[in-house]
Design a protein around this ligand. Structure first.
Ligand SMILES: NC(=O)c1ccc[n+]([C@@H]2O[C@H](COP(=O)([O-])OP(=O)(O)OC[C@H]3O[C@@H](n4cnc5c(N)ncnc54)[C@H](O)[C@@H]3O)[C@@H](O)[C@H]2O)c1
Ligand SMILES: [Zn+2]
Length: 351
């Protein structure tokens, strides 16, 4: 469900689509203050039990430790198998609260109420949950589908503009892997989006959700087509983790898309011009497009090789052929196996 002012419908929709004895609303510290307390009050006013559970905001808190603290807190509060989790926040909250729901008492139902642009148009859709570990991002987790996803675009009014840009990195990814006309629409709406115009943002959320939903429905467990959504993420995750999470997920993915487009061109998968078009789109939102100087090629390669998309030691990349097109390869795979030299070259060329 995507719309304006939907948050006030949450208590009713929870009762209809996810009935539970108690709702454990999980939010990071910032979203808890902005929306969590209000949601708790409204759910209680509708005659249902609800408790707010919070953790400090920031990607560096998407960890097993925070998962342990949250699950202990739910147990302490007496949430039972008839409880349900409400993930209210950005992608960090969605991944973490979703993983709590997937594992708590062997799994309780949950719903996604995304409040960041990135979570609305990408992270809240598709049922991937999990935490980051020392070896890399999202390496411990579970598939756990939410009962529903309720997106109130009005909550974007308080989202810092840097996080609007971060969300646009994933929107550009959707366009590059699936729909060239979507990229044109994004570029045409860019001045409005940058100013956080809510109708323009709602259009972006709708188009991205439609693309992601279709791809995920075709391949929920990522054995094939869903891999196209990893474009920019193999190198992006390495950059994000190696930056010590000083870059946001969206920023790291932006740089990752530049490096992986470069790789696609150098391997002859893409015709020349892809990287320039990706760079130009990202620059429209002032997103970073160069691998940070302080991260060495060797360290990044090591992180790339630790990624979960590695099969039998070989790194496989989802590489577009052109804007809007990432088709299945002649061998039936959706990804291309790439050796270390080509990865190092693409990193060096993306500085
Ligand atoms: N599960 C998936 O399929 C999937 C897909 C893409 C990304 N992700 C994950 O999503 C995470 C990134 O998500 P993110 O960029 O939303 O980060 P985030 O959850 O940290 O949110 C970004 C910041 O915005 C704040 N915020 C959120 N909503 C707000 C609002 N309405 N008003 C004011 N502030 C608000 C948060 O407190 C946080 O400080 C990464 O961990 C990434 O791995 C998951
Ligand atoms: Zn992502």
């Amino acid at each position: 469900m995507v719309g304006r002012g939907l948050l006030r419908e949450l208590p009713r929709i929870l009762g209809e689509l996810c009935p539970a004895h108690t709702y454990a609303v999980i939010s990071d510290s910032r979203v808890a203050e902005l929306y969590g307390l209000r949601v708790i009050e409204e759910v209680r006013a509708a005659g249902r039990r609800a408790e707010l559970f919070t953790f400090p905001c920031g990607e560096w808190n998407k960890t097993r430790d925070t998962w342990a603290e949250l699950t202990d807190a739910l147990l302490h509060a007496g949430i039972g198998r008839d409880g349900a989790v409400v993930a209210l926040g950005g992608g960090v909250t969605g991944d973490l609260a979703g993983f709590v729901a997937a594992t708590f008492l062997r799994g309780v139902p949950f719903v996604q109420v995304p409040t960041s642009l990135l979570a609305m148009l990408d992270a809240a859709i598709g049922g991937k949950t999990g935490v980051d570990v020392a070896a890399g991002k999202n390496l411990v987790g579970a598939f756990h589908l939410p009962r529903f996803v309720l997106t109130d675009v009005d909550t974007l009014a308080t989202l810092p503009k840097a996080h609007i840009a971060a969300g646009m990195a994933e929107a550009i990814k959707h366009a590059v892997v699936a729909d060239a006309s979507y990229l044109e629409a994004i570029l045409a709406d860019a001045p409005l989006i940058r100013e956080r115009d809510l109708p323009a943002l709602e259009r972006v959320v709708m188009r991205s959700v439609t693309i992601k939903e279709e791809v995920v429905a075709a391949d929920p467990r990522e054995s094939g087509r869903r891999q196209v959504l990893n474009f920019g993420h193999t190198i992006g995750h390495a950059i994000e983790a190696r930056s010590g999470y000083s870059l946001t997920h969206g920023e790291a993915v932006a740089i990752g898309m530049v490096a992986e487009s470069t790789l696609a061109e150098s391997l002859g998968v893409a015709a020349p011009g892809l990287t320039a078009a990706v760079r130009a789109a990202l620059k429209t939102f002032a997103l970073p497009i160069a691998v940070p100087e302080e991260l060495s090629d060797a360290d990044l390669l090591e992180s790339v090789q630790a990624d979960k998309k590695v099969r039998a030691g070989k790194v496989r990349f989802a590489l577009p052929e052109s804007i809007g097109s990432l088709p299945q390869r002649a061998d039936g795979a959706w990804t291309v196996e790439v050796g270390p030299e080509a990865i190092l070259q693409a990193l060096a060329a993306s500085r």
